[in-house]
Design a protein around this ligand. Structure first.
Ligand code: ATP
Length: 611
């Protein structure tokens, strides 16, 4: 996905041409709806543009009088007054210009501020389905460069269209007032020079795009190889030389392209530069002929003014020739942003959602069916009950749907059939924030922000006091570890907690759940084998987390299933067996096989007694 700022030029790419949005009345109305709240400020911007444009033209017009009245008329008083006036006007026009750009920036920043905040809230309301099926990069582009693009449109495109049109109108009116023949000559000349300039721009632009593609390639290499996991891969496979030469190759191509790009169109511009000075010469020539032969009223000053005004027209004409492209691009940008705003929020708070005062923590799954994608049902008729304060363990082969059951309980997705009840209320009827507040989750790949240990803990309970923090960490068996770190609770955990070991991360996230103190705990045990010390550290941490709380544990260890009140055996999205460890072992079947392969391996190692 391309940001607005990249490769911005007067030409549309093939991709942009294909993606041209359909601009309907309703679409424009929607664009305007973002501007309407700021109409007063926008009106001020318009006024400022108008004033600045007119003021900017005045010095050029005054030049005529400086020449005619001051210089040719040999009137020193008039000369000084006119020069003073001209300087004063220039100062004023710059001041108004400054005001204009302040207002302009203010309005465009506020419009995009609102838009960004709305988008952020909207995206946060999207279900996990959205985040698993969209590229994070796309989301970030949407939030950053696309919305910044809107700011550019408002501060740049819209206002430059207005100010360019105004400049042309003011210049044309002033020229016609001086002399219609010369004005017409001038106005015919301008587009003749503007059009070839546009053509030369196109060559450069093609090269720029090529350079951008190369740059993307280089960024790709850098991203891949300079990341933590990338470097690990490079080192493990000894590919340093290969990566370095790949990088050098891409880089050297970039150098060639950059040189070609900066030289492209130079010859053309040399010619054009010479030609474009012909415009004023033509006005001098025709003006001179007129003045000397036909129209005694035409003065030297008038001709000078006409040449000066002509000079002021090239820029605006050029910009206006690009206007259509800017317009299409701007609309495409809005279309992209609207597309995101229009994505339905799948999991939403019910309008009549309830927030109970207290929670016991009884969970009931009632004939739950679920599919992530159409036509591929993952859960089939899943029913079970976890009584208040009880522990249910879920076991099953990889991909059988264990994590999915938990996703549904947290309403990261909504069930496709059946229902889930917490204390007798369908969770879709519960306030979403309440539901998630009531459930603490410790997953295998524990998510930590790149911040200090303290900040990561406080994420669960922003108001927690230092003693609570320490108490939770003590219970989770991580306090001693944190205390011996040189920076203690202020230690940075690194990207996604990479500076901590798996076991440490898990204990930290247990402490986080203890701080949150939810009625229900969901624990996805790590599959990876830990040594017996790490193992017992975690076990000691888990015990206080599960105590007194309703809990569901995706179990990978014998000790966990032994202490569970009920074990559910899941296979291909169905509960195929249930009971206690002893009952299930007696039944044989899948549970026994799992026991032999996954669970039984640690038998004999500090396992607690079965319930
Ligand atoms: P493991 O023990 O390996 O973590 P699991 O039992 O927890 O496995 P789930 O993660 O619940 O299994 O996955 C169940 C099935 O759903 C798998 O076949 C998986 O491919 C599929 N699945 C999981 N997440 C998604 C998703 N976001 N979109 C589509 N399919 C998914």
């Amino acid at each position: 996905m391309q940001g607005f700022g990249r490769g911005r030029s007067g030409f549309l790419t093939e991709e942009e041409k294909a993606d041209r949005p359909r601009i309907t009345g309703a679409f424009l109305k929607r664009v305007l709806s973002y501007l309407v709240p700021f109409w007063k400020q926008l009106l001020l911007v318009l006024l400022a543009i108008l004033m600045a444009t007119v003021l900017r033209m005045l010095p050029a017009i005054l030049t005529g009088r400086i020449i005619d009245e001051g210089l040719i008329g040999r009137d020193l008083g008039a000369l000084v007054t006119l020069i003073g006036l001209s300087l004063g006007v220039t100062l004023l026009s710059n001041l108004v210009g400054m005001l204009e750009s302040y207002l302009n920036t203010w309005v465009s920043q506020h419009i995009t501020f609102n838009m960004r905040n709305r988008m952020f809230r909207h995206l946060q309301g999207m279900s996990q389905r959205f985040f698993t099926s969209n590229h994070q990069g796309d989301l970030i582009t949407r939030m950053t460069s696309d919305i910044s693009g809107v700011q550019q449109i408002i501060a740049g495109t819209f206002t430059s269209i207005i100010s360019n049109l105004l400049t042309l109108v003011v210049a044309a009116v002033a020229m016609y007032q001086k002399n219609w023949v010369l004005a017409t000559v001038g106005i015919v000349i301008v587009p003749l020079f503007a059009l070839p300039t546009r053509r030369a721009g196109k060559t450069r632009w093609t090269l720029t795009r090529e350079a951008q593609e190369r740059q993307d390639e280089i960024n790709g290499i850098l991203n891949e190889t300079l990341s933590v996991s990338g470097q690990l891969l490079v080192k493990l496979f000894g590919r340093e030389n290969y990566e370095a030469s790949r990088y050098e190759e891409a880089n050297s191509q970039m150098v060639k392209l950059n040189i070609r790009q900066s030289m492209a169109g130079r010859w053309f511009r040399v010619l054009l530069g010479t030609f474009s000075s012909m415009g004023p010469m033509l006005v001098y020539l025709i003006g001179g002929i007129l003045m000397m032969r036909y129209d005694a009223a035409l003065s030297v000053g008038d001709i000078t003014v006409l040449v000066a005004l002509l000079g002021r027209m090239y820029g605006p004409v050029n910009s206006l020739l690009n206007m259509q492209v800017d317009w299409i691009r701007s609309m495409a940008l809005f279309a992209r942003i609207f597309e995101y705003f229009d994505l339905p929020q799948e999991v939403q708070n019910a309008p009549d959602a309830v927030t109970p005062d207290a929670i016991r923590g009884e969970i009931v799954f009632d004939s739950v069916d679920f599919a992530y994608e159409k036509d591929r049902q993952i859960l089939h008729d899943v029913s079970f009950r976890v009584g208040q304060g009880k522990t249910t363990a879920i076991v099953g082969p990889s991909g059988s749907g264990k994590s999915t059951i938990i996703n549904l309980l947290l309403r990261l997705y909504d069930v496709s059939g059946g229902g889930i009840h917490l204390d007798g209320t369908d969770i879709r009827q519960l306030d979403l924030a309440f539901l998630r507040r009531s459930i603490g989750l410790v997953t295998q790949d524990t998510y930590l922000f790149n911040a200090s240990i303290r900040d990561n803990l406080l994420y669960a309970a922003p108001d927690a006091a230092e003693e609570d923090l320490i108490a939770a960490c003590k219970k989770a068996n991580i306090h001693d570890f944190i205390a011996q770190l040189p920076e203690g609770y202020d230690t940075q955990v690194g990207n996604r907690g990479l500076k901590l070991s798996g076991g440490e991360k898990q204990r930290l996230s247990i402490a986080r759940v203890l701080l949150k103190d939810p009625a229900v705990v969901v624990f996805d045990e790590a599959t990876s084998a830990l040594d017996s010390i790490a193992e017992s550290l975690i076990q000691d941490a888990v015990a206080p987390m599960l105590a007194q709380r309703t809990s569901i544990v995706i179990a990978h260890r014998l000790s966990t299933v032994l202490s569970a009140d009920e074990i559910l055996v899941v296979e291909a999205g169905r509960i195929v067996q249930r009971g206690t460890h002893a009952q299930l072992l007696a039944q044989g079947g899948l549970y026994e096989r799992l026991y032999q392969t996954q669970l039984g391996v640690e038998e004999g190692e500090n396992s607690p007694q079965p319930k």
